[in-house]
Design a protein around this ligand. Sequence first.
Ligand SMILES: [Zn+2]
Ligand SMILES: [Zn+2]
Length: 384
Amino acid sequence: MNTLIQEINRKAEHCPCGRHVRIEMHCSIGQGVLLQLPDYLTQVQCRNVLIVCDSNTWHAAGQKVARMLQQAGLSHQVCSVAPDALGDVIADEQSIVEIMLETTSETDCILAVGPGTIHDLVRFVCAKLHKRFISVPTAASVDGFTSAGAPLIIRGTKKTIQTTSPAAMFADTDVMMQAPKSLTAAGFGDMLGKYTSLADWKFSRETANEPFCPVVYELTQEALACCVEAIDEIACGTEAGIRKLFEALTISGFAMLLADHSRSASGAEHHLSHYWEMDGIRNGKKQLLHGAKVGVAAIIIARLYRGLAEDDRFPYGAIFRDIPQPEQLAALLHAVGAPTTPEELGIGSSLVERSLKEAFLLRERSTGLRWINMNNGWDFLNRN
Ligand SMILES: [Zn+2]
Ligand SMILES: [Zn+2]
């Protein structure tokens, strides 16, 4: 991975778009890479470490990390973030304060040991308190581990705050293989969403002249292709499958870092997913996995966009004709055991309808879904 980072930086130097952020990160992915952590910490002179986890990830990896640090003579504190009344750990004000209370002037670095939520909390606290941020993912569940944006729930509303990317990541496939299958399936769903996000990005370049980088586009596209190719191994949960999925997610994260925006990885399918998430928070519902929602939303968006592409009056059909048919996406998601319909997620048809009309307002970004809503596109689709 570290050679890949160098290669990405080199490619970016030659890219005509000229707008990149250099990626500076130590990145280890594979079996047993957690064992490298104490040496790394010693090398970068981190002697006081705060481990942030939740009760599940404490057992999955936190405990092991704590033992290794102790053996290496590094002192550590543990902050296990408490879940809410429904049993979910939420990236909100309360959890942020909980971690800040455990962080002292002596703390050299904070380890995020857990899923995306734990990472978003630690990323925010590290940026605010100027601490070194180290990532220890426990599941191949999202593409956001290495990114700088922290989606936080502040007073019940989701806001993405630009913070900091990790200085290092140790992604141990031995740990990630033990994660619940639903988390791996969600990671695959987040990755499949790139079919529609990449199409939306091309669409935004075409229709709104939004910033576009061919290097970032190709990186994401290749990662998506590798991931889909590995579907059988991912479905079986083999080490190779989990590694390939996690590598694809990580590369998608690097692409966002390089571009300094998330257009490659997040289009209308993510806007639907965010809309559903905010509705769930408002109504006190249990949280759904990000990638599970994105996968289902990608099927819905693929159906819409393919429908548009078939209408001669739609001027950008060529962009959307490359998106796989919704049935193909559903088959891929089904193969890894991911949900394929809103009903399976407990999302009713009225919420889906509402989100299709309103989710594009969540973000000032040109997408096919925005176009449909602003240009009577629903008439096109109804006539097909
Ligand atoms: Zn995502
Ligand atoms: Zn570029």
